[in-house]
Design a protein. Structure first.
Lengths: 357, 321
């Protein structure tokens, strides 16, 4: 897209129109909507505050809009809204947002939530036709047999309503989600992919890495939320994705277990401070300590090793590598990781600069 | 043993069959006694008797089957549901079981598990109250230990690790050798796990120079002289998380389960995290060893080599039992 950068341009670039600047950093805004008790806050807490799914039961009802800032490959701002919010009580024009996630409880009476959803889609159609509309049909774990049926029913009804209101060309997607398995992570990752404009470059880097490391599959994960930001061109098989997700959660949990208050500083070698804004990627970050890990998944020779390398303070590379390659040519593999890391860090630096950080 | 529905079989399925906690709801009631042989540490075979808890069974254990049930008991594990409404009846059966035990196996250790702690509201206070009540009931028996447990967190592994610990004859010897091994690796800590259950068998003891003051400044510990690097390690050791062993068991078991879902088998793990380096690998054919190192200059490859070198010695040690 060759857009004109002028301030008077009638169609400003999308990143500019759909975001706003707070504290100097332009954050991509995601709107989280849905009926009362549909699971919005649970989703936010499980993904971005590492709340154990079982604990979501005790969450209080959200009374006011809560804005949650989260830094990953791009800075995000998630607006967790109370159930009764409407387009005009939102307090911000829809054009500010990049994505709208609408949560529907799969066991709910569909009439109310669907009319609310349609109301927002129609408003978005007029204000911000580029808004991503993603519908999470949530709490899928509560139903066993009827869940596909209910899922399909909700989709049909939404479609019918939108036909009636003549804005069926507004694109939207459906996801079946639950906080108790990996479906929520997978669905939210897919939303995130559409928000990351540097995605093609990250994917290219992963493709190059995979080709040169004989890796059948590699993911770039956001380490804390366990959302994957990008993956290589080979199809994502959800079993592998789930395994990587679990691996990451184990590594995240291991860290604090054997932490000693004195070791961290000496191990990191230099203080792990963020690079200062006027000097975005100083040379000194190069010799910083980067955590890594490897789990071998089969005792005998043609097994697989699951590797983990931290790439930036937020992002980690998880790759499946044949054990033979990992053990025999570990140096080359790590050499590839260094190049991958430099590429990703460069992309992140450009992104950081563009957002005025 | 324990009342019907208190969670005996759930517990067994979690620890010995590698099933996740979410699947325990599917388990049916145990009828009579289910016997299980669990090969634990090569020659040590645990004979697990899971006794159905319905009143009819309990009565028959205490009367007609009394000698079969209570003979050659190494450990009695009695499970109490923390939320039970029939504590009185529970205690009565428990006292009867203690009598039976005194008659046929007076040397048996007794473990009381206050189970389903995840349901209790004030865990700490509830547990203390129950503990006092239970200890009051078991005055005549000397060797009684009480644990609060839940299948949803690491507390279950803590209880079971200490249960199996009493059954391992040479735990002290293993611990001594692990300490030597830890020293050879410049490790802060070495932990030995059983292979299938991932229960803790033995750990290295804290570095001997633990008494040295924390004020000794050693900004650059040199790996060649163990004496200089042992003082920060000793301090580090004291400040490590208290529940780390149980949490490790829990994490590894969960990951093993994830691996088995994609038909892979977890084999070994190495980590270089900001906080520490660690290697988890097979030690003998039925144990795993976890080495925790805080010294940044120690490479994981060196630890792996050390494990390989130590394997024969530890196989020998196990052979002695």
């Amino acid at each position: 897209m060759t857009s004109t950068y002028g301030a008077t341009s009638s169609s400003p670039k999308r990143t500019m129109s759909s975001t706003s600047s707070v504290n100097g950093v332009t954050r991509t805004k995601i709107l989280l909507l849905g009926q009362r008790r549909s699971g919005k806050t649970s989703i936010k807490e499980v993904l971005f505050n590492a709340l154990p799914p079982k604990q979501t039961f005790y969450l209080e009802t959200t009374m006011r809009i809560v804005k949650h800032a989260y830094d990953t490959v791009i800075p995000l701002e998630i607006w967790d809204c109370p159930g009764n919010i409407a387009v005009d009580t939102l307090g911000a024009p829809l054009s500010q947002f990049s994505a709208l996630i609408f949560v529907i409880d799969i066991r709910d009476l569909y009439k109310q939530p669907i009319s609310k959803l349609v109301e927002f889609i129609i408003a978005a159609y007029h204000d911000n036709p580029q808004l991503l509309v993603e519908v999470f049909v949530h709490k899928a774990e509560k139903l066993q047999d009827e869940r596909i049926e209910n899922f399909r029913q909700i989709q049909e009804r939404v479609q019918d309503h939108l036909m009636e209101s003549e804005c069926e060309q507004m694109p939207y997607n459906f996801h079946l989600t639950s906080v108790y398995d990996h479906s929520l992570h997978e669905a939210f990752s897919k939303v995130l992919h559409k928000l990351v404009h540097s995605l093609p470059f990250l994917e290219d880097l992963l493709n190059v890495f995979c080709a040169n490391s004989q890796s059948p599959k590699a993911f770039l994960f956001d380490a804390a939320s366990r959302l994957y930001v990008a993956t290589d061109a080979s199809p994502v098989d959800s079993a592998t994705h789930n395994l990587c997700c679990d691996y990451l959660s184990m590594l995240n949990a291991f860290g604090p277990l054997y932490r000693s208050p004195t070791s961290r500083a000496t191990r990191l070698r230099i203080p792990a401070a963020e690079p200062s804004p006027d000097n975005p990627l100083p040379a000194e970050t190069k010799d910083r300590f980067y955590p890594s890990a490897a789990a071998s998944l089969h005792p005998s020779a043609p097994g697989t090793t699951l590797t983990y390398h931290l790439i930036t303070p937020h992002l980690a590379l998880l790759a499946l590598v044949p054990t033979g390659v990992y053990e025999g040519r570990r140096g080359l593999l790590e050499y590839n990781v260094v190049f991958f890391r430099e590429g990703v860090q460069e992309i992140c630096a450009v992104e950081h600069e563009a957002r005025g950080g | 043993m324990g009342a019907s529905g208190s969670g005996k079989t759930s517990m067994r399925s979690l620890i010995f069959s590698n099933n996740p906690a979410s699947l325990t709801a599917r388990l049916g009631a145990t009828i009579d006694v289910e016997q299980n042989h669990v090969r634990f540490l090569g020659d040590l075979i645990l004979n697990l008797w899971d006794c159905g808890g319905q009143d009819a069974f309990m009565d028959s254990y205490l009367t007609t089957q009394r000698s079969t049930i209570f003979q050659h008991v190494g450990v009695l594990i009695y499970v109490f549901d923390v939320e039970t409404s029939e504590m009185h009846k529970d205690l009565e059966y428990y006292r009867d079981c203690l009598d039976g035990l005194r008659q046929f196996s007076p040397d048996a250790a007794v473990f009381l598990l206050v189970h389903k702690m995840d349901l209790a509201r004030e865990r700490g206070a509830t547990f203390e109250r129950k503990k006092r009540e239970l200890l009051g009931q078991s005055e005549k028996h000397a060797d009684v230990t009480v644990f609060g447990t839940s299948i949803y967190d690491e507390s279950l592994y803590r209880a079971w690790s200490s249960i199996v610990h009493t059954l391992i004859p040479n735990a002290a010897v293993l611990s001594k050798h692990l300490t030597i091994f830890a020293d050879a690796c410049s490790a802060t800590e070495v932990i030995l796990f059983e292979r299938t259950t991932f229960l803790v068998i033995a750990t290295s003891s804290p570095p001997s120079s633990a008494s040295s003051s924390s004020s000794t400044p050693s900004p650059s510990p040199s790996p060649s002289t163990p004496s200089s690097s042992s003082s920060p390690e000793a301090n580090a050791f004291q400040e490590l998380e208290a529940t780390r062993y149980e949490r490790t068991s829990e994490l590894i078991k969960a990951f093993k389960h994830s691996c088995s879902r994609v038909r892979e088998e977890f084999h070994s793990l190495e980590m270089e995290l900001p906080e520490f380096s660690a290697v988890l690998d097979e030690m003998t054919k039925n144990t795993y060893v976890l080495i925790i190192v805080h010294d940044p200059t120690i490479e994981t490859a060196a630890l792996k080599l050390n494990i390989r070198m130590a394997r024969r010695k530890f196989e020998e040690l196990q052979g002695l039992t």
